[in-house]
Design a protein around this ligand. Structure first.
Ligand code: NAD
Ligand code: UDX
Length: 475
């Protein structure tokens, strides 16, 4: 087996940063260099103050503190890192295309292609290229075509090793993965490349948890895993709507069905809708692939997972407006949470953005508190939605001034909730459970409403205080 001593990772984001930090932590004999075009991001990764790391993940600062400067480096010198590395991970972003062929559906592979061209241009010796980004099936083939096009006689092996970490638990997921997946070619060179990567992971992951497959199975496994996970959330959310009509309790149903070992208890928490940078993007990508290969029934089946999620976000916003006597115009609504889940500062595709937009359409005043999301991010998210409204979202675009007038971001939850007509809980941050709800009630306008989009606070306790409480899936 080729012993890897030097790794480069292109892309210092939510995947590249934590994944490489853990590889460096667990493999002190390997030099790991993470590179990015974004100089600010690299500066933040190098900041002496670990609170300034660009990504918030529980436990990440300790891992970075242990390895940074020893065998973990962050740099903007992409060429140098490529040149020195024996193995190159690509973990750049692969967002949904916003233009041209496949707009709104297909994954945009332009950043991947740029990486491949740069690797082809710079490389002087044999390299193993690892796809860490989530990619449509058969991307490895396209990568190989670009890599070998320069005719510089460098031998490239392309592996697919999709990342399964979830944000908020990235460090534990990387330390103790359910499995690591590595796809490669069936020939001897392909197998040797697989073994080189297996040897890296074997420094801390038991061999039986490392699954090796052909490249295309590996690529498609990632889209399939995310489609299945998101499907469970949409399935339980569909049932939550029925619960509200019938008087059943969706959390009781999750417990009852989750006890069946064939179903399993995880990923059955009904919510205001899933968010995050992966689920929607990857399912749309899967749907696009099915359409491309002329499988309309399969495409429609998976597309329904997204439609149900859009319905769930809309249903929550509509519930707020309906309950507040059919208008929220000029009313103060406090948002607890803006991130797409707890324990992360990531807001991509967060349900909060869409719920806020629907309320802003009705001219609500929104006061937001999130323990980890900065005000600039909230405004950037809302503005981004306005510019992309024509593509997917109904309603009229709001101007920057209108958003600035209607939205306030707070650093203290109690000031966000003071004099509010209603509170909407959008993220399941633990601290929301231990607020002094009696005090909050005393400072709010009456009747005081709580719309709990994550079922985190106790409905009975809050009702005893005097709140009107709406939960997801509780009739
Ligand atoms: P991200 O946007 O946080 O990070 C990507 C980084 O790549 C950015 O900092 C960007 O500046 C950099 N970049 C883009 N093109 C570059 C280039 N040519 N050279 C150097 N740097 C470049 O994205 P992410 O959340 O880390 O996701 C990366 C990939 O991993 C995506 O394909 C995603 O689907 C996949 N993934 C994400 C998660 C997750 O939880 N976020 C989990 C599993 C897989
Ligand atoms: C997901 C996959 O879990 C991970 O394996 C993959 O690598 C990247 O995509 P992530 O998006 O970071 O990870 O978080 P995840 O925990 O999957 O949550 C996604 C969304 O679903 C969040 O908005 C979360 O709140 C929501 N969710 C999750 C529910 O509403 N109910 C649940 O039971 C679980």
């Amino acid at each position: 087996t080729r012993i890897i001593k030097n790794i480069c990772c292109i892309g210092a984001g939510y995947v590249g940063g934590p994944t490489m930090a853990v590889i460096a932590q667990k493999c002190p004999h390997i030099k790991v260099t993470v590179v990015d075009l974004n100089a600010q991001r690299i500066a933040d990764w190098n900041d002496a103050d670990l609170d300034k790391l660009p990504i918030y993940e529980p436990g990440l600062a300790d891992v970075v503190a242990e390895a940074r400067g020893r065998n973990l480096f962050f740099s903007t010198d992409v060429d140098k890192a490529i040149d020195e590395a024996q193995m190159i991970f690509i973990s750049v972003n692969t967002p949904t295309k916003t233009y041209g062929v496949g707009k709104g559906m297909a994954a945009d592979l332009k950043y991947i292609e740029l990486c491949a061209r740069q690797i082809a241009r710079v490389s002087k010796d044999d390299k193993i290229i690892v796809e860490k980004s989530t990619l449509p099936v058969r991307t490895a083939e396209a990568l190989r075509t670009i890599l070998t096009s320069t005719g510089n006689h460098v031998n490239f092996q392309v592996l697919s090793s999709p990342e399964f970490l979830a944000e908020g638990t990235a460090v534990t997921d990387l330390h103790k993965p359910d499995r690591v997946l590595i796809g490669g070619d069936a020939d001897a060179e392909g197998q040797a490349a697989i073994e080189a990567l297996v040897a890296v992971y074997e420094n801390w992951v038991p061999r039986e948890r490392i699954i090796t497959t052909r490249v295309w199975s590996s690529e498609l496994s990632k889209l399939t895993a995310n489609a299945f996970l998101a499907q469970r959330v949409s399935s339980i959310n569909a049932i939550s709507a029925l619960c509200e009509k019938t008087g059943a309790d969706v959390d009781e149903i999750s417990r009852a069905i989750g006890a069946d070992s064939r179903i399993g208890a995880k990923f059955l928490k009904s919510s205001v809708g899933f968010g995050g940078s992966c689920f929607q993007k990857d399912i749309l990508n899967l749907v696009y692939l099915c359409q491309h290969f002329n499988l309309p029934e399969v495409a429609a089946y998976w597309e329904q997972v997204i439609k149900m999620n859009d319905y769930q976000k809309h249903r929550f916003a509509k519930k707020i407006i309906d309950s507040l006597f059919n208008t929220v115009s000029g009313k103060k609504i406090a948002f607890l949470g803006w991130a797409f889940k707890k324990d992360t500062n990531d807001t991509r595709e967060s349900a909060a953005i869409y719920v806020a937009d629907e309320l802003l359409q009705d001219r609500a005043e929104i006061h937001i508190y999130d323990p980890k999301v900065r005000a600039e991010q909230v405004f950037a998210d809302l503005e981004y939605l306005q510019t992309h409204r024509k593509d997917a979202i109904h309603g009229v675009s709001l101007t920057t001034d209108e958003i600035k007038n209607l939205v306030k971001v707070h650093v203290n939850p109690y000031t966000a909730m003071r004099s509010a007509h209603a509170i909407a809980i959008l993220t399941e941050w633990d601290e929301f459970k231990i607020y002094d709800w009696q005090k909050v009630y005393g400072q709010m306008l009456k009747p005081a409403f709580v719309f709990d989009g994550r079922n985190v606070v106790s409905k009975t306790e809050l009702e005893e205080i005097g709140f009107h409480v709406y939960n997801i899936g509780k009739g």
